[in-house]
Design a protein. Structure first.
Lengths: 169, 95
């Protein structure tokens, strides 16, 4: 798929870790979509270092996620992803300061999507919350989706216009 | 990867720190080539097709299946552990 047609997205570090553990779950499908060039992923050093931390966490370690396997995942992700070296701090988030980096990375990459199962991030899309309304006013084109929602959109897009010129639809 | 007969010349100037240059020269020497040859190999590897997720995961998926955990349960526990690690790191950074 050409770069222009691919969705530009930022995945939460746990999408990568969950894909390593359950390759047939929604997170696995998200990663597969990137490895197969259907999604244009953007990453940064802080994001990669959160992925690298997986073998130090109890559940991934218990289920066999090793440093080598994590590095293999990262090496392969780097074949399809773009590393954003400079991520300006445009947004800060008291509820979880580390989550702000994902928003800032998406903004720096001009990605319109963040895929995550992190409640702190997902709540920024909940219009019943005042902080979410402010967030959406500031960044109207940015959306934060759960993997299942994201995959639904990706599938719909593909069946709607698979690599077709708009005039030919 | 391109064979020497298929390769083209790509003149460019890199902007790296002195430490990075030294480390690259050392790695190039260790792999028995010069800096240009070493960086050419890295460039070729970078755009090679990635491995499949099955190859990347290896036996880990079977371990997950054997654990009896659902995908939702896995997600919850990974989120909990991520936030614990972040909190620990922040506490370590606090003055």
């Amino acid at each position: 798929m050409s770069a222009a047609k691919r969705q530009r997205a930022v995945y939460d570090c746990n999408i990568y870790v969950q894909a390593l553990l359950n390759l047939n779950g929604p997170a696995g499908t998200c990663i597969r979509s990137a490895l197969e060039d259907r999604v244009w992923l953007f990453v940064s050093e802080p994001l990669l270092s959160e992925i690298r931390d997986a073998p130090n966490k109890p559940t991934p370690a218990r289920l066999g996620v090793t440093i080598e396997r994590t590095e293999t995942l990262i090496a392969n992700i780097l074949k399809v992803a773009t590393v954003v070296a400079e991520v300006p701090v445009v947004f800060t988030y008291d509820r979880d300061p580390d989550d702000a980096h994902y928003v800032n990375l998406a903004l720096a990459a001009e990605a319109k999507l963040i895929v995550s199962r992190d409640r702190d991030l997902l709540d920024l899309m909940d219009e019943s919350r005042p902080e979410a309304r402010i967030f959406q006013q500031r960044f109207p084109s940015l959306r934060i989706l759960e993997p299942v929602q994201f995959l639904r959109e990706l599938t719909a897009e593909k069946s709607e216009a698979p690599d077709m010129h708009p005039g030919l639809r | 990867m391109a064979t020497p007969s298929q390769s083209i010349e790509l003149p460019l100037t890199l902007h790296v720190s002195e430490q990075t240059k030294d480390a690259l020269v050392e790695r190039a020497a260790a792999s028995g080539t010069d800096l240009a040859g070493y960086l050419s190999v890295i460039a070729e590897q970078t755009v090679q097709r990635p491995m499949s997720l099955e190859q990347i995961c290896g036996p880990v998926y079977q371990n997950f299946l054997d654990s009896g955990m659902t995908d939702d349960e896995l997600s919850d526990v990974l989120e909990k552990e991520k936030h614990l690690a972040r909190a620990k790191r922040r506490a370590g950074q606090a003055p």
